[in-house]
Ligand binder design. Sequence first.
Ligand code: NAP
Length: 308
Amino acid sequence: MENVIILGTGCAGLTAAIYCARANLKPLVIEGVLPGGQLTTTSEVENYPGFPEGIDGYTIMNQMRIQAERFGSRYINDNIKSVDFSRSVKKLNSENNSYKSNSIIIATGASPRMLGIPGENEMFGGKGVTTCATCDGAFYQDMEVSVVGGGDSACEEALFLTRFCSKIYLIHRRDELRASKIMVDRTLAHKKIFPIWDSQVEAVLPDNEGNVRGIQLLSKKTGKMSEVLCKGVFIAIGHIPNTKPFHNSLTLDEAGYIVPKAGSQVKTHIPGIYVAGDCSDHIYRQAITAAGMGCQAAIETERWLAQQ
Ligand code: NAP
């Protein structure tokens, strides 16, 4: 029986682990399918405070892990498939194990939705395909890039990229953006952004060194194929929160994000169950905001356990 189990080892989970461990709660941290979370898929992090020269995603996550371990966090590599939050002792089940705890911090993150096309996985990361303009945009100084998607994220990514890139193609599968009006207006008015409507990306094309040289498009209007030359492909077609095990026990919104209790960012409607990071936050989705939520969740957990 544990005091607190933390699900996830991204910025939210590991920050929660540091705080819980320093509060002597000896948290058990269940790592999940992507130990270290989304940052481990980013080549360099330049916007996390304290690293003026930048730091690579793997290193920063590994440092957080070591920091949490130093104060007594324990790690286990497992993947929770179902939960039972109906009693005061909370139960978590993976394929082969079950766990019991007084409190739980859910920091399972979200996974970017991908296109599932040839070249996408092969060139993901340092080779030109990415899902985060804030993380990787600065690497495309004076280059032409493509952003795929038609929602607020795609507009936000395209607008952010105007700071660095010479030209941004915005590839959307329809002839109308889904994003909020203000974002649509800003995006379409920007002289560096060139929308390509009614177009589906069929493949990411490599150059001789295996880096992105462009994308292949299928026009949904004419059925014709074409190529767009670009050095970077920013996929912004939404995220899928990793919240499947909680569908029957917590309040989720339409997109599957855990909805916190009114008046709090990290409390759920079940006492002793807290959330942090991208499994709940679909607005900011930054390493630093996830870390902040992890800290809040740990402090709430500590106070709640002390009251019991
Ligand atoms: P979203 O609103 O779900 O938009 C996803 C976009 O990707 C849509 O345009 C969709 O096309 C397209 N898409 C989805 N699957 C695709 C596929 N397989 N191939 C090609 N295109 C595909 O996701 P989001 O933009 O990440 O936004 C998520 C939520 O966060 C929204 O509520 C949004 O308002 C919010 N958000 C807010 C801000 C802000 O306020 N600053 C910033 C970012 C996000 P269709 O339009 O054809 O469906």
